[in-house]
Design a protein around this ligand. Sequence first.
Ligand SMILES: *Cc1c(COP(=O)(O)O)cnc(C)c1O
Length: 422
Amino acid sequence: MSNYKLGLDYALEQDQKDELNAYRNQFYIPKDNSGNELIYMTGNSLGLQPKQTKSYVNQELKDWANLGVEGHFEAKNPWLAYHEFLTENMAKIVGAKPIEVIVMNTLTANLHFMMASFYQPTKSRYKILIESDAFPSDKYAVESQLRHHGFDHKEGLILWKPRKGKELLDYETLETILKSHGDEIALIMIGGVNYYTGQFFDLKRITELGHNHGCIVGFDCAHGAGNVELNLHDSGADFAAWCTYKYLNSGPGSLAGCFVHERHAYRKDLNRFAGWWSHNKQTRFNMRGEFDQLPGAEGWQLSNPPILSMAAIKSSLDIFAEVGIEKLIKKSKKLTGYFEFLLNTLGEDTIKIITPNSPDERGCQLSIQVKHADKSLHDKLTEADVISDWREPDVIRCAPVPLYNSFEDVYRLVEKLKSILN
Ligand SMILES: *Cc1c(COP(=O)(O)O)cnc(C)c1O
């Protein structure tokens, strides 16, 4: 894919050839005050709204209005089983079996529920390893787990750091850490795609390394779900969690996904928190008697879930199911490769892309370090109708999302960046 060309004509031509081109029109693209579409590059932070989502949510509002409590059984999509309508499509997106996937709670909450089961520290094996630039919420979560179990959160936390002068993480460093500390580490928890650098890790390799040293391995896939092929089942990871409001376009603060590997599906010995939604569906409403654990990821649910949020997720998953993750990734690689090609014309003295070059080690996001820049650059981009993400001291993150971003978007973005930098 190295035969990209310069110029707007090339971008427009690629959009015309793009088999996913029509999907852009299925989303609301935010506009400026004069009604011009913004160049929206922050689908990695909050995905855009599918136009059909309104009708999915309205269906549930209507059934609630007309049926009240009977909606649990009588709604067009009966609420009692609503989460089941999401499972299969969500499982496809993350490369898992349906029994391994559940939509529930929110992301950080799911990480904690997973750790309640899978972080079982002992006196000698209690440490947690995370990547050094982990998302703050994940770091706070594991630190608080360490404290919860009576350990010092500084002493108990091991960071996988890049080599000196580098931004990306390498597996040799991880191997070295595990060789010397592997038997002290109870849990490895890594962001499947690092939110800052955009580095997509080899989940299988990390899992095998961790398992070889007797560690439990889990991933936060917030920046992976809907963005890269995660193949969670084949990775062998013990658990994973992800939000649905980034690449999965389900709306601000919407519910999260959770994966528990099949080999744990029927385990009764795992410590877990329970609620009535983790109980056998057949006898749930007898409301009497002993707790009877549901098998699979479903058995980690606690509460009856918020249907309005699930309706928005259903809408989005239906679009993903129609497109298929393979087609999406194919376009994504082409679009991001084009973005990289154009950025590289700005020259090494101006910018440096810190995201990996290899399309297999990244999703759609590129993190661009701009030499001698400060936040005023980001402000100027915003004034120029570009919605991007700034990270101190000098990095802009842009994610051309294959479902709704175009080659033209990417072309215009780089033109604007060029003129601001001149
Ligand atoms: C977005 C994101 C979060 C956000 O957590 P919430 O519980 O949904 O607020 C956490 N971790 C990572 C890695 C993220 O990218």
